[in-house]
Design a protein around this ligand. Structure first.
Ligand code: ADP
Length: 444
């Protein structure tokens, strides 16, 4: 500042001196005065011109092009420029932080909607958009109540108690694809609210399945148990003849077997759920598997009917199958048992193994039994789903056989294929992926 004052006086002095030197001697003082005035005017004009440039720069492009002016105004311009740059940097930093924060909320598996104090949508992530059928751009600033109209939700919002969630059907829910949402609001800021939504459809379905499963198991066990305790009471209270006693004991053994079968199948299912994936490098000879199936079919046929079934086995070329032998045997035996159990005596049961041209391998069991109506096929592998309930019970069925087969197939990356024509027979096949199938080359 001092330097500026000195420069001002030096400038005046120079102006005065110049006026003094240039003026005729008689008017030297006037000349000095004129030079002083002119230099003051020049100083003020330069100052005005610089301030004008600074003002123009501030008005037009303060953040963009830099300005180069001298003097005090130049220094002022530099300071302003620097503070603009710092402000821009701070803005960029906070914008980047905001974008990172929003990206993190976008990545959340939950739906998030930010509401302002007037219950209007300020922002929502993609998950919330798909939960509520929103368009994040179009529906910005819309009233939430206009978009989510479920009465339970409206009551929840009005009650203002957000310590718990509310479960509502998603506005995108349909009868073919029901979607259930758990929604909860959280207060923050000045009257703002955050709405979090979670898709709990699968959770609710799993819960319903678990409840059904427990109810089914209890029912399946209770029935033979009731029969069994009835017989025990009869045996205890009535003095029965030997043949009657024998008959009652046979019936009791039958019910005990039924419970035993059920427990065995339940244990098989739970083992399948808990055990590690079947190995890819343990090879089982398909002929061994099929021989076992044929043997099982023969003995079951002898047990169930007086007229034996016509059982055939077709192994088109020796093969090897990678997987867990016990699981494979259990799945194949289940299909064979079903074919024998549901096909009346004298009927045909064909067991086969073949290699498909694309490298896959297929185990199949065909029968000439009653067949299955198409409406049952989508549900037939569900636990405890039965088409012919009485035949299933009579022949020791548990309703879990096909569920076990499907589970084993899935664990081996295989598909369970069912073809059936009512009155003509059924064909069940497990198709294994090429990675688990090998054609056996040795000549043994
Ligand atoms: P179950 O122990 O009752 O046989 P599964 O799960 O093995 O239970 O089979 C489900 C239902 O599918 C059976 O109750 C039966 O009605 C039907 N089913 C299975 N296999 C055959 C078949 N080969 N022929 C006709 N119906 C079958």
């Amino acid at each position: 500042m001092l330097w500026r004052v000195v420069r001002f006086f030096l400038f005046q002095l120079a102006g005065g001196g110049l006026g003094f030197a240039l003026a005729p001697k008689a008017y030297a003082l006037h000349g000095a005065l004129g030079g002083l005035v002119l230099s003051s005017l020049a100083w003020v004009s330069i100052d005005l011109w610089r301030s004008h440039r600074l003002l123009a720069w501030l008005r037009d492009a303060p953040a963009g092009s830099p300005i180069r002016i001298g003097g005090l105004w130049g220094r002022l311009a530099q300071r302003i420029e620097r503070s603009f740059r710092q402000r821009d940097q701070a803005l960029q930093d906070s914008e980047a932080r905001l974008q990172e924060f929003l990206a993190a909320i976008q990545a959340s598996p939950n739906g998030i909607v930010l509401l302002n104090a007037a219950s209007r949508i300020e922002w929502c992530n993609q998950m919330a958009a798909s939960h509520f059928g929103l368009d994040p751009r179009r529906d910005q600033d819309q009233l939430l109540g206009n978009l989510v109209r479920d009465p339970a939700f409206v009551r929840y919002v009005e009650a203002g108690d957000y310590t718990h969630d509310v479960v509502i059907p998603s506005p995108t829910s349909s009868s073919s694809r029901p979607v259930r949402l758990s929604v909860q609001l959280f207060r923050y800021g000045q009257g703002r609210r955050l709405m979090m939504s979670r898709d709990i459809t699968a959770l609710e379905q799993a819960d319903a399945m678990r409840r059904d499963f427990v109810a089914n198991v209890s029912h399946e066990i209770r029935t033979p148990l009731t029969v069994l305790s009835g017989f025990v009471e009869t045996l205890q209270s009535l003095p029965l003849e030997a043949p009657d006693r024998e008959r009652y004991l046979d019936l009791m053994a039958q019910q005990a077997r039924r419970m035993q079968n059920l427990v065995n199948d339940l244990l098989t299912l739970s083992r399948l759920e808990g055990s590690p994936p079947p190995p890819l490098d343990t090879w089982v000879d398909t002929r061994t598997l099929l021989a076992h199936c044929v043997e099982e079919a023969g003995s079951l046929s002898g047990l169930l009917s007086s007229e034996p079934h016509a059982i055939s086995c077709d192994v088109a070329g020796p093969g090897l199958l990678a997987g867990a032998e016990a699981e494979l045997l259990s799945a194949m035996a289940n299909l064979v048992h079903n074919a024998v159990r549901y096909t009346p005596g004298g009927g045909r049961v064909e067991i086969a193994w073949r290699h498909l041209p694309d490298g896959q391998g297929e185990f199949s069991v065909s029968d000439s039994g009653p067949g299955i109506a198409p409406e049952h096929l989508p549900r037939i592998t569900e636990r405890f789903y039965r088409v012919d309930r009485s035949r299933s019970r009579e022949t020791g069925g548990t309703g879990l056989g096909l569920a076990i087969v499907k589970h084993v197939a899935q664990r081996h990356g295989a598909q369970l294929l069912i073809d059936s024509v009512l009155g003509r027979g059924s064909r069940f096949a497990i198709r294994f992926p090429a990675t688990r199938v090998r054609e056996k080359v040795s000549a043994d």
